[in-house]
Ligand binder design. Sequence first.
Ligand code: NAD
Length: 295
Amino acid sequence: MSDELRFDGRVAVITGAGRGVGREYALLLAARGATVVVNDLGCASDGTGASPGPADEVVAEITAAGGTALANGNDMTTADGCAGLIAAAQEAFGRVDILIHNAGYVFGDFDALLDIHVRAAHRLTEAAWPIMTGQGYGRILLTSSGAGLYGSGLMPFYGAAKMAVFGLARCLSDKAAGTGIKVNLIGPCAATRLVTELPKSDPMDWVIAKADPALIAPAAAYLVHEDCPVTGEMLSVGAGRVARNFVAETHGYLNPDLTLEDVRDHFGEVVAEDGYHVPADMNELVDVFMKIVGP
Ligand SMILES: NC(=O)c1ccc[n+]([C@@H]2O[C@H](COP(=O)([O-])OP(=O)(O)OC[C@H]3O[C@@H](n4cnc5c(N)ncnc54)[C@H](O)[C@@H]3O)[C@@H](O)[C@H]2O)c1
């Protein structure tokens, strides 16, 4: 197919690629020509334990299909594990074009969740940054979640960590201006063990029945492709649906002599969703204020 999107010559590092949606990312990118470093600790769904099995199996599957892949069992909750993963990719293949930080789990103490979601995202991007800026090219995809964006009383630490990842990606995207690096986010909805091990509920039963993890990979692959048209964006993906998440601000109510009662009396205007603004960064937020409030 002449218009097929391909990754020939690209080196992709994917964390948590031994199972679930990460495995699907690895298989799709490899099938489209990327060399893939398949990282997975092979741990239980609470982050404990380790096994080389999942990463080795994905690498075997890729190589059996004619692709190129390298297994890596580093623990993404450690600084050495993150730096060592990027170094191993650079040493083996001489470049790092794509970094997808996908490894993760839902339950654990707050620090453990900050380690796997937030600190790992920071450590991995920090290690990949000089390589990517040196190449003048990079695609970074971090993994957030509706649990953070919209909230879930079942998993407050996880939600907080995933929202921190959102903020990190937005800031890195801004910092990357002019470097050839794009940083985006994905929020998957997929029937993996992460979902099957949650308390049973109607929404989770629906996800388990309908949301094939393989259906996340096309959107993730587009966000890390050379042709990706955006940076600082997040896609919500599941069961074949791809949508955009964005942070917006309502037009709001303005009164230069604002009082407590004004806020009460005009609360409908404060929260009204028509005519909202979607600032691309913090400076654009100030632009919104300047336009509405005046110079
Ligand atoms: N499945 C969903 O609906 C859903 C929803 C929102 C967000 N997510 C996110 O998507 C990502 C992938 O989750 P999944 O659903 O495929 O789960 P999964 O459990 O199937 O896969 C996660 C993989 O990450 C690996 N891993 C965990 N800790 C690791 C570590 N310290 N170092 C290296 N590898 C490690 C695990 O061994 C596992 O193979 C996670 O970040 C998760 O939070 C998933």
